[in-house]
Every structure is written in structure tokens, then in C-alpha cells.
Design a protein around this ligand. Sequence first.
Ligand SMILES: Nc1ncnc2c1ncn2[C@@H]1O[C@H](COP(=O)(O)OP(=O)(O)OP(=O)(O)O)[C@@H](O)[C@H]1O
Ligand SMILES: [Mg+2]
Length: 296
Amino acid sequence: MRTLEEAFLKFKSRLELKPKEQDNASERHKEIRAHLKTKFTIENDFLTGSYARWTKTKPLKDVDIFCPLGTAHAHYRDEHPDNVLKAFETALAEKYGAANVSRQRRSCTVDFGVTPDSEDKTDYKVMSVDVVPAFKKDDDYEIPDANEGKWIETNPKTHADKAVAAQRAYNDQWKAMVRMLKYWNNHHGKPVKPSFLLEVMCLDCLSGGFGGRWDYEFQSLFATLANRIDEVWADPAGLGPPVSDMMDNARKATAKSALEAAESAATNAIHLARQGKNYEAHLAWRALFGPLFPHP
Ligand SMILES: Nc1ncnc2c1ncn2[C@@H]1O[C@H](COP(=O)(O)OP(=O)(O)OP(=O)(O)O)[C@@H](O)[C@H]1O
Ligand SMILES: [Mg+2]
């Protein structure tokens, strides 16, 4: 049987982007770019979000594609954000079918009809992408926000730079911790929304360097997150609305309970290992994280 350390390393590796997944994401990106360019003037579109920062979890879905629009489309910037999102929805539905395209708060999702198996594997296929219309504004971007009813500012490079700095400060294990944590969140019905909020919290809550033991790291991370989930968490770039603005009091309470339950499950798994019950400890971690945590 694997040691617990080996199990966590296997889990970590399973959550990393594989070359075949990157090839598939790149193909989907090119295909969407080619189609959208027949409808809009798009300048320097790029893959972004957690996918580009290596904080995306598995199964691979909602890969973000930023599409900066040319001046011919500047009128959208003066209109309600729904308008540009509707225009993108219509354009994407022509190629992918209306049933596979949906409008989100800041993007249009294209669903490729890929279903993960019982072990959360998708044969290296991307399940969906989020296409984000944008306008360049100096070094930043403006993107539509249907919930706010206005355009918001964002800066993917600042978010990426912060993730790189956090990774360095945490002995190169910060991104792996974030991917595992987001996998836990998905496995428990997304108590924390959006999952970017978990990444933002980890910028603050994981400090002082990786202690060398994944089990203790998660026990303490879950405890800290439970304590701090009701705070207001600002956009780390200081541009957009608070990243925690989807968490009303009811959602915060649900998330707090889920994080507290995760902390006690971690404590229990650590206790099992201390008693020499390694098989049971592995099963407890797998039950906590989900099927990509290896079977003992
Ligand atoms: N409140 C905000 N203000 C400014 N920029 C934001 C805000 N929320 C998200 N963003 C930016 O938009 C990107 C895409 O948002 P999204 O919700 O898809 O997050 P994500 O980091 O890609 O996480 P996920 O793994 O859930 O896709 C984020 O990575 C971040 O760069
Ligand atoms: Mg995303």
C-alpha cells in the first residue's frame, strides 16, 4: 500500500494539467477563435483564469478564454453588459447549438458534452469553456458583469503574478493546495462560490511555507478558512467587486459548516493514521476529497 505522502503526491499529480489536456484546450480555443472572428473583431484573445495560472482543478471545465474586442464594437461598452453577452451567446449558439451555450454572469459557457466517469476522468477532454468578451483599458481589461449590471475592471496578469509569488513563498506547493481544495469544494456541492474565492483566501491563509505534511496542512487550512469565510474578500488586483460578493449570510453559514466538517474529517483521518490504521486513513482522505484521491 502507498504511504499517505505517496497518496497525496499521486492526488497532486492527477490534478495537474496533462499535455493531452492542454492540446485539447488549445484546439477548442483555436476553433472558438476561428468562429468568433467571423462575427467580431477580436484582438489578441488568450486562455486565462485558473487554467492559465495552474490553479484549475479537475475534471477540466470552464476554461476561460478572454476575447478583447476591437473599436468597431465599442458601443457595447456603453450598453448594459447583457447586450454583449447576448451577442456572444447568439454567435456561439450558431456553431455549438443553443442547448450547449449558456450565458453566465461574466461569460458565455460552451458545453462540449463530455461527461466524467465515476473516477472523475474525462479521457483528457475539456468539458466546457467560458468565453469572456472584454475591452482593453490601459494595462487592465473591462468585462461585462450581468449581476452588477455594469462593466467591471480586472487584470489577469496581476492575479497570475500573485499566484506565482504565493507559490514561491509556499515551497512550490501553493498551487497544488489550491487545486486540491477546489476539488474538495466541487466534491461537496460547491459550498464556496465562486471557487476563485478559495484561491483568493489562500493568498492570505497559506503563509509561512509548506510544513511538509499534507495532512496537517489541510487540517489547519480548513480551520482557518472556516474562521475567515465570513470576511469580505477583495479582488486581489484591487479593481473588481469583492470576490466574496456571491456569499450572502446563508451561503456563508453553509460554507462555514462544510469547512468545519472538513476540518474534523481531516482530524479524524490523522487520528486513524496515528493508530496505525493506514488503510482506513486513506479511505477517510478519499471520502473527504473525492475519487481522484487514490484508492488505498
Ligand atoms: N471580482 C473579481 N474582480 C476582478 N476580477 C475577477 C473577479 N472574479 C474573477 N476575476 C477574474 O476572472 C477570472 C475568471 O473568473 P472565474 O470565476 O472563472 O475564476 P477562476 O480563477 O478561473 O476559477 P475556476 O477554476 O472556478 O474557473 C479569475 O481567474 C480572475 O482573474
Ligand atoms: Mg474560470
